[in-house]
Design a protein around this ligand. Structure first.
Ligand SMILES: [Zn+2]
Length: 499
């Protein structure tokens, strides 16, 4: 894990540099933002611009291709982060635009967002939090071939937002792998979504002004509200975007500027449902303009409307729910209160994270133990579990302000729990346990006594099973001995078992 401290020298160097060239830097920077909001760049210009940007703003960005379109065009992606390209204990968020070739405004909006973040990474709090706190991925065009032809589908006229494996047709377990019929662009996105460990995402479209959330599909193929396990969290995230947007929330067509996908119109094989089911990523489909292919003169207004929303959404998704770290309780830390205050110690654990009442499990990363669980404001019981460790359940209050709850959770290896139980039985409650019960951290003491009971139950069940086994074995071998006579080592020892 690389912390902000390590970045300070480079940031200082950048600010010193920009002070020295203040006037020049400022004017050229404005030109860059204006340039991407003046006209639609063609595919060649778009690729060129992204590479130029990654050079101009190399301290916080890199450009790479996630794969190729049917016609062989690279799907170029910008990564914005304090240390781009590093695997870190930080959340990953993505924006995808131009999935439909004739809906291009997102291409320019994402380039604008990159320019704005580069300009304001030291001066704006939201920009600082995004750049230093996460890895933000921008894919301005998912369908460059369709863009080239001003058409919705890709070069084979396939609508990519109907091309993902459909859980209704194939069953939820059958959708992770490609079916064999997917288009190249879809396959590239599927692999990226599966490998990317994205927390939240948004896909930018045109044809309405609304933030659309899963499910898009319905089981009965009818048009009606289709509730996902995370309905409350999706509504919350859609509201975050709509309310930060210049005009979305005041929509007359959609109350609050949001809609459930299938309630509006159902579709199957869409990208947002697949993100959620197969990628553990919560994706919104953003409709950003009433008319498709808005004239370029509208781009500055579109950018002004969307910029606050494009900044608010990644932060709400990554840090607005419950997030933090799961670690192993260090062996030497017998004292639970020490563990609570010791902070970063202990091996990271890729534990399961379950929220009571929501039928969806996410996993903390095995490498760093970090996890990010978007949730609507409210009270939740969150359980952390991993084989060989005692479960840990925390009650959290996710505040209305969207500031989220950060947790560091220590899981105790089960052997340690059993040993403690044994010692406690002989010598009375251990100091560690007693002080934990007195500690103000109620959840710790609850889980400590829960562990004690758990260990006792496991031990007594184990003892009972052993006794039963012993009795059963005695009976079987007793009979065998009778039947086989005294010669236990003779080749005939097995014959008594034959009928
Ligand atoms: Zn679209």
């Amino acid at each position: 894990m690389i912390d902000a401290q390590a970045l300070l020298p480079s940031l200082e160097a950048i600010s010193a540099h920009s002070k020295a060239h203040h006037h020049h830097a400022n004017s050229s920077r404005n030109t860059h933002l204006e340039a991407v909001l003046t006209t639609y760049l063609n595919n060649t210009e778009l690729a060129q611009h992204m590479h130029d940007f990654a050079k101009r703003c190399s301290a916080i960005s890199r450009v790479f291709s996630i794969g190729k379109s049917a016609e062989g065009r690279d799907l170029w992606t910008l990564e914005i982060a304090a240390t781009p390209g590093f695997e870190q204990a930080k959340p990953r968020v993505k924006y995808v635009a131009n999935m439909h070739g004739d809906e291009p405004s997102g291409r320019q909006l994402l380039l604008g967002l990159a320019e704005w973040l580069c300009q304001h990474k030291e001066t704006d709090e939201r920009a600082r939090r995004i750049v230093n706190g996460m890895h933000l991925f921008l894919l301005p065009t998912m369908n460059p071939d369709g863009f080239e032809r001003h058409q919705r589908g890709n070069i084979r006229q396939v609508d990519l937002n109907r091309d993902f494996p459909d859980p209704i047709e194939r069953g939820q377990a059958g959708i992770v792998q490609p079916s064999g019929t997917e288009q190249p662009e879809t396959l590239v996105l599927m692999r990226w979504i599966r490998e990317g460990r994205f927390v939240v995402s948004a896909s930018m479209h045109e044809g309405a002004v609304v933030a659309n959330y899963p499910w898009d599909g319905t089981r009965d193929r009818q048009t009606h509200y289709s509730r996902s396990p995370d309905d409350a969290a999706f509504i919350h995230l859609a509201r975050v975007y709509a309310e930060a947007h210049g005009r979305m929330a005041s929509s007359e067509e959609f109350p609050g500027g949001i809609t459930n996908g299938a309630h509006w119109y159902p579709l199957w094989g869409g990208m947002q449902d697949w993100n959620y089911l197969a990628g553990d990523c919560m994706e919104l489909t953003l409709e950003l303009s009433q008319h498709k292919w808005p004239v370029p003169q509208l781009l500055p207004q579109l950018f002004e409307d969307n910029l606050p929303a494009m900044l608010a959404y990644p932060l709400a998704g990554a840090f607005g729910g419950v997030w933090g770290f799961v670690r192993e309780l260090p062996a030497q830390t017998r004292h639970l209160r020490e563990a609570a205050s010791s902070g970063g110690d202990g091996r990271p654990l890729g534990a399961r994270v379950d929220v009571m009442g929501i039928n969806r499990t996410i996993a903390a990363s095995a490498e760093f133990g970090d996890f990010y669980r978007p949730l609507a404001p409210g009270r939740y019981n969150v359980t952390f579990s991993l084989g060989g460790f005692a479960n840990e359940t925390r009650t959290v209050d996710v505040p209305e302000e969207g500031t989220g709850v950060k947790l560091t959770v220590f899981l105790q290896p089960l052997e340690l729990g059993i040993m403690k139980w044994g010692l406690a039985r002989r010598f009375g409650p251990l100091n560690g346990l007693r002080s934990a019960q007195e500690s103000p951290q109620a959840s710790f003491s609850q889980s400590a006594s829960a562990r004690l009971i758990q260990s006792a139950v496991i031990l007594s069940v184990g003892l009972a099973v052993l006794l039963l086994l012993r009795a059963a074995l005695k009976r079987v071998y007793g009979r065998r001995r009778e039947a086989a006579g005294a010669s236990m080592h003779s080749p005939a020892r097995r014959s008594p078992l034959k009928p």
